[in-house]
Design a protein around this ligand. Structure first.
Ligand code: AMP
Ligand code: MG
Length: 289
């Protein structure tokens, strides 16, 4: 176990505790749980502040290596039902690092131009540049989630996509992008509470989408569609994690910890200077004040 996790409240690494094969199936998953973490909200929030600094350091090393010619990047795929808190992860976990090191892309209903191409077209165009952490707020998995639930393309078509996705992710990882996939799971009760809040607060009306109520009617179909992506697209190359999302503080802490783990696995160090440091020190010392 990594040394940072001693006495931190984590009883096992987030990557172990939240891996989909360990915590699934999704239909029996408790969205109010905190797998692998023994601390309470106060402890979790305090830890997130601390771990945010570790994440920022690792992100800077990744960026520096990108500048120095390294080809690595990290892609965090966020999926989850409406109100699960994907936007909150972008703001509160993405917000812990230098915004210049991020590449954030949200995927909505495909535009006519996007529909004119294969489903991965818009995904390829949005991949993070080297040295960056990319965050996808929804992703290519939408093409086997609402698309499957509503048969937006014939079953024979969406059935093929699982293997197309696996191949795509294998190539992506082989070319230097670490892929971590996170499904945020909110309970029906918590979703109702969040929708109620969106209606009660004028500053949240912009987030309210009447269509979300219609999608909620397909809850169990979505659970099946999610289980299918876990069964068919979870692998050590591009793992899926289940994040209980009723407690926002835990979801943020968990995703931060998963990102830290992914970055640590790259074993990056500060790139060596491509100039003569001693010679440059002398030149700077000789400058006029
Ligand atoms: P939001 O994330 O709240 O902005 O909503 C985006 C909407 O676009 C959600 O209802 C998604 O399910 C939907 N969406 C995203 N990608 C696709 C796709 N490939 N096919 C159908 N609907 C999609
Ligand atoms: Mg929405």
């Amino acid at each position: 176990m990594a040394k940072h996790q001693k006495n931190s409240g984590w009883t096992t690494t987030a990557a172990e505790a939240l891996r989909v094969g360990r915590v699934g199936p999704i239909a029996e998953f408790d969205p109010g749980s905190t797998p692998g973490f023994a601390g309470d909200k106060d402890a979790g929030e305090k830890l997130l502040t601390e771990r945010g600094e570790a994440l920022a350091d690792l992100q800077e090393i990744l960026f520096a290596n990108g500048r120095a010619g390294d080809h690595r990047s990290v892609l965090l795929v966020l999926q989850g039902m409406d109100t699960a808190g994907k936007g909150g992860i972008v703001r509160h976990v993405g917000g812990l690092v230098d915004p210049q090191g991020l590449s954030i892309k949200g995927f909505g209903k495909p535009t006519p131009e996007e529909l004119d191409h294969d489903f991965l077209w818009r995904i390829h165009r949005a991949l993070p540049p080297i040295g960056r952490i990319g965050i996808f707020d929804r992703s290519h998995y939408e093409d086997v989630l609402p698309v499957r639930v509503h048969n937006l393309v014939p079953k024979a078509e969406w059935e093929k996509r699982y293997e197309v996705i696996n191949q795509f992710e294998r190539d992506l990882v082989a070319s230097g992008t670490t892929v971590i996939k996170v499904a945020m799971v909110v309970s029906k009760a918590e979703q109702k509470a969040r929708l109620t809040e969106r209606l009660d607060r004028p500053d949240k009306h912009w987030k309210y989408n009447p269509g979300d109520i219609d999608e909620r009617a397909f809850w169990d179909d979505y659970l099946d569609a999610y289980q299918a992506i876990f069964d068919r697209c979870d692998n050590d190359t591009a793992p899926w994690y289940l994040i209980p999302a009723d407690k926002k503080w835990f979801a943020r802490l968990a995703v931060c910890e998963l990102l830290i783990g992914a970055l640590e696995n790259l074993e990056l160090t500060w790139p060596a200077a491509d100039f003569d440091v001693e010679a440059e020190k002398k030149r700077v010392a000789e400058l006029d004040d």
